[in-house]
Design a protein around this ligand. Sequence first.
Ligand code: PGD
Ligand code: PGD
Ligand code: 6MO
Length: 822
Amino acid sequence: MTKISGNDLRAELSRRAFLSYSVAAGALGLFGPSLLAKGAHAAEANGAVMSGSHWGIFTAKVEEGRATAFTPWEKDPHPTPMLEGVLDSIYSPSRIKYPMVRREYLEKGIEADRSTRGNGDFVRVSWDQALDLIAKEIQRVETTYGPQAVFGGSYGWKSPGRLHNCTTLLRRMLNLAGGFVNGTGDYSTAAAQVIMPHVMGTLEVYEQQTAWPVVAENTELMVFWAADPIKTNQIGWVIPEHGGYTGLAALKAKGTKVIVIDPVRTATVDYFDAEHIQPKPQTDVALMLGMAHTLVSENLHDTEFLDNNTSGFDKFLPYLTGDADGTPKSAEWAAEICGVPAETIKDLARRLTGSRSMLAAGWSMQRMHHGEQAHWMLVTLASMIGQIGLPGGGFGLSYHYSNGGTPSTDGPALSGITDGGAAAGGPEWLAASGAASIPVARVVEMLENPGVEFDFNGTRSTYPDIKLAYWVGGNPFTHHQDRNRMLKAWEKLDTFIVHDFQWTATARHADIILPATTSYERNDIETIGDYSNLGILAMKQVVAPLYEAKNDYDIFEALSDKLGKKAAFNEGKDEMGWIQSFYEAAAKQGKAKGVEMPDFETFWADGIVEFPVTTGASYVRYAEFREDPLLNPLGTPTGLIEIYSKNIEKMGYDDCPAHPTWMEPLERLDGPGAKFPLHVAASHPFNRLHSQLNGTVLREGYAIVGHEPCLMNPEDAAARGIADGDVVRVYNDRGQILTGVKVTDAVMKGVIQIYEGGWYDPLDPAEKGTLDKYGDANVLTADIPTSKLGQGNCGQTVIAEVEKYTGPEVTVTAFTAPAAAE
Ligand code: PGD
Ligand code: PGD
Ligand code: 6MO
């Protein structure tokens, strides 16, 4: 039934990347003891325990049952300073200690006033009482309305670990309960992951890149386009090995020319002392078109590559030259839109063809209105340059994410707990109304429009009528756009259930909230390195569960029990039984590939197993396709790179034409009819993973007068009488937030930067549009789809105004538990 969700997709793709990536492990199954690093032993009152997280491998020092220090793995080439916050997340004041129920919900059930969600009036209940309430509510909704009334799409960056994978565990329980509505895709790359299969025949975004050693040796001009790998590679979907930093260091040591195209002077610009081009946000497609036009005007485009390896350039060309619509997409035309001088645009185009060049793009430029066009145009530009498939040439969409490009080992893939598959689904399920799955970022639109049809990538479905939403391992009250619209839509729900370990805004808006353990309070197993598959880590329990926290696995097992499905849920295994089964399946697969692994007991005692690298270090993406596109076709209808897509043409969407096209977004800096003068770059935070760790000691290092920072250009600040360290109100028609200003020329004029992930902290939770006291950028962003094709989120489509805050003093309360929860 359930289409694959964003989280599962990411895991599945990194798994597939290892499998499809052709490794001739064969004779090189040599795997000596030297590859086995020493780990630590299980949790104890005093000692050292090796474990891992989204931030890397570490050894925890435990004193009298309390973790007192996390020290990075000695082989980590670039440990993140965020580790201090990771440790603090166990003990931070925002920890959820007990099961809690919203007072009104406890008294009145689904008749409770929904507009008072978020007011902090909770009552502590026993575990049994909470689980009973939940089991009964699931049964009520499943029986009365069917699975199409239960939303289990629960998107988010749950912790690594193949067993305690809370989003999958939720779906496993809900499948046993009768089924649910899932979410398709993710917030990271929704537009790219839908358009790229039409263009390249594959998702690109979660796939291995030409390996860093090849790039370091061959690339002469590296362009980081809307990508800040020094920032974003700190974290991984699994446990990062931080190999991307080794690649970046090699590039730097070689003295390779680096250009960064970004409105903000980023850590990557500083690291390489890079040439920095600052386009106006949301205008990259115009910039790329201007470069493409230059290539054609100066006859620099690679007609041989375009003829042999692409399809539809002839249909795109009249648009580029203006023959089709009377507007040549010249460098001068582009300069008007993107603000980069025409000469710079032309010069960049010439330099890209004149040297071995790699366009390494990040993802923010597809997280905006018409975001599908950005990567499609990037691929078109790379095709015109003609270096795709050459060592160190072409384009890459994942050098900045989870350390893409780190050489893949020959190791086996590690499996994990599954959602148990199709308890419900198929035609009958669909006939009973509702979509099996919605594009994940359309959740608010779904709540607002039950029974209304929507488009997605050539299909048409109907929004289901949701009564119950269950969220684990995600924080929609920071990750979703247009908070005030969302708050209103949420009132549609009879019941909202959340597990988390900290009092996020999402937890505060729940009717029933259960305290989950952190990864450091349970045992698990995980892959090291999303793309490298460097090895497998025993994620050992560091400390005993705090307060009344329970593992999500145990919570869902108990709920399954109440639903009469315990045996189907646990399949007769306990925590270590599952972990061992995943390891042994990998060992079996490893053996078939010629990679010997120690037995489970040895592995668990050692804590880690690493795999050998053979051909992975010389991998060149698309080399075979370049060489012979007939023998090695892409998975597109033509087997070629599709610069024109007949499939997309057939869909006939007004917001996604059949070739890359510049289209005005809903709003942009200096755009037609722009109502506000500043663009808000709501990018990913340097010192957090979205909202994670905002509740920890790390905040003291970056908050300004207790608020989320807002970077502002000196000219913009002066024009508004704003000084460094001032508290300002940032507002537009969608909402208002307080932030603390840092005046800096790191942001271009007209752009302010407020990272996503700041915890939403409403001054008056009962009032829609109320002031957010801490600084959640998504109070300001637009909740519109990228297009009917991708239906992705537009977290980067936002303009606003800033003024010095002169209202009454406010107290930020987001980071402490509601009073009754202490
Ligand atoms: P996180 O803050 O990581 O954000 O959105 P996401 O919801 O993933 O939230 C994860 C939550 O899971 C945290 O509250 C954490 O405590 C909880 N958690 C972790 N481990 C466990 C566990 O084991 N059990 C339970 N029960 N809970 C757990 C991220 C999303 O935001 C993403 S991926 C992107 S790319 C988007 N980016 C932007 C953007 O660039 N700009 C804007 N404006 N908005 C965005 N939103 C999106
Ligand atoms: P962003 O920070 O949103 O990261 O990776 P992604 O590449 O999407 O954007 C990267 C750069 O794009 C920023 O420097 C920003 O200034 C720039 N930018 C913004 N708008 C524009 C534009 O219109 N044009 C151009 N040229 N540049 C623009 C996100 C990836 O990072 C994802 S999806 C996740 S879930 C992870 N999140 C985090 C995280 O929260 N924190 C850290 N430290 N690391 C992460 N890594 C992952
Ligand atoms: Mo993401």
